[in-house]
Design a binder for this molecule. Structure first.
Ligand code: GDD
Ligand code: MG
Length: 341
């Protein structure tokens, strides 16, 4: 796969408010998913399609992101960082990367796990001479997304961000992946907050600029990991093989022979699991975690260096780094951060 577009801007400067308190500890882009940072799944998707220069539009948590991702060589891409001192919103962030753009480029929201045919999308974008090509998805409930209406020729006729219903009954939404012509940068004011969804796209539509929708003929897995429920859902789906090229990063070593593991689980290096534990299904155990004797953990994520005390029961719960679950306590549907311990 070799996309004719080789640059992308990844929008990863948001505050991740819907994922608090987890995003007080790390920015959304670095949330562990099968023990790898969330943004690494988009990086790997771009790498698979030969998109080699990824411009990371960072703001909140910028230093932690740079430290963890580095120069991108581990994925075979080059990562460039462009930092906003004050967040510029989704379009302002793209404009802020203009100096690094030298041709048609991809842009995407940075909180998606997506398996999409970027090579074919790029070809369609160039063939149609579109200013913006939107990658579309169908959903049951449009309210969390940007509704996009197109005419029979695929040209976008309306963009409505987060409406509860559509009078035409349509359910085609913005997936958060775009192919853009560099001319789009001329429509975004420099160095001030400006939104793709509520400023740029409506303005381009009003000017009748060529905006097109594109739909993958074989839609792959797609999830906006912007809420606790969708984060947990993506974790379970990936463990069950929802994306063929994602295999759990499993480095299990310190498991007592008297512990019982029910797959699928992903266990990072340096994690210890004591005798009598029952772990799984659908569990990720981060690097350096400690699970004490007789604990039961299912459908949960244990971030690096967290501890589950002896005999505790943990279900559909996320335990953040350095947090401890008290021995013999019981948790279901919770987010546990250090101060809660
Ligand atoms: N650099 C930068 N600067 N990035 C930002 C900023 C900013 O000021 N504000 C938000 N972002 C990034 C977020 O980090 C996230 O990756 C992305 O922009 C989208 O923001 P969200 O807050 O996650 O938007 P949403 O999920 O409510 O809606 C968007 O995504 C849907 C698809 O999942 C919209 O684009 C919808 O139209 C779309 O359907
Ligand atoms: Mg989102």
């Amino acid at each position: 796969m070799a996309s004719p577009i080789t640059q992308a801007i990844l929008l990863i400067g948001g505050l991740g408010t819907r994922l608090r308190p987890l995003t007080y500890q790390r920015p959304k882009a670095l949330l562990p998913l099968l023990n790898c940072p969330l943004i690494s799944y988009e990086i790997r998707l771009f790498a698979r399609h030969g998109v080699t220069d990824l411009i990371m539009a960072v703001s909140y948590g910028a230093d932690a992101i740079k430290d963890e991702l580095g120069d991108g060589s581990r994925w075979g891409v080059r990562l460039h960082y462009v930092e906003e001192e004050q967040r510029l919103d989704t379009a302002g962030a793209i404009r802020n990367c203009a100096a690094l753009i030298d041709g048609p480029f991809f842009a995407c929201n940075g909180d998606l796990v997506y398996d999409v045919d970027l090579t074919t999308m790029a070809a369609a974008h160039l063939r149609q001479s579109a200013l913006v090509t939107f990658c579309l998805r169908r959903v049951d409930d449009i309210s969390a997304y940007g509704l996009i209406q197109c005419d029979d020729g695929g040209r976008v006729t309306a963009f409505k961000e987060k409406v509860n219903s559509d009078e035409t009954g349509r359910n085609t939404v913005n997936s958060g992946f775009y192919a853009m012509d560099p001319q789009v940068l001329d429509y975004i004011p420099d160095n001030q907050p400006y939104s793709n969804e509520t400023d740029l796209f409506p303005a381009l539509l009003a000017r009748r600029e060529p905006l097109y929708g594109w739909t993958d003929t074989q839609p792959g897995y797609w999830s906006d990991v912007g809420r606790i429920e969708t984060y947990l859902e993506a974790h379970v789906s990936l463990l069950h093989g929802a994306v063929s090229w994602v295999k759990p990063d499993d480095m299990r070593t310190g498991i007592h022979e008297g512990a019982h593991i029910t797959e699928p689980v992903a266990i990072a290096s340096g994690a210890t699991i004591a005798a009598g534990c029952r772990i799984g299904p659908d569990v990720a155990v981060g690097e350096g975690c400690r699970i004490d004797e007789g604990a039961v953990v299912r459908r949960s994520m244990l971030w690096p260096d967290s501890v589950v005390g002896a005999g505790a029961h943990v279900n559909e719960t996320i335990v953040a780094s350095e947090a401890s679950v008290a021995a013999h306590s019981s948790h279901s549907g919770e987010v546990i951060v250090p101060s809660d311990a």
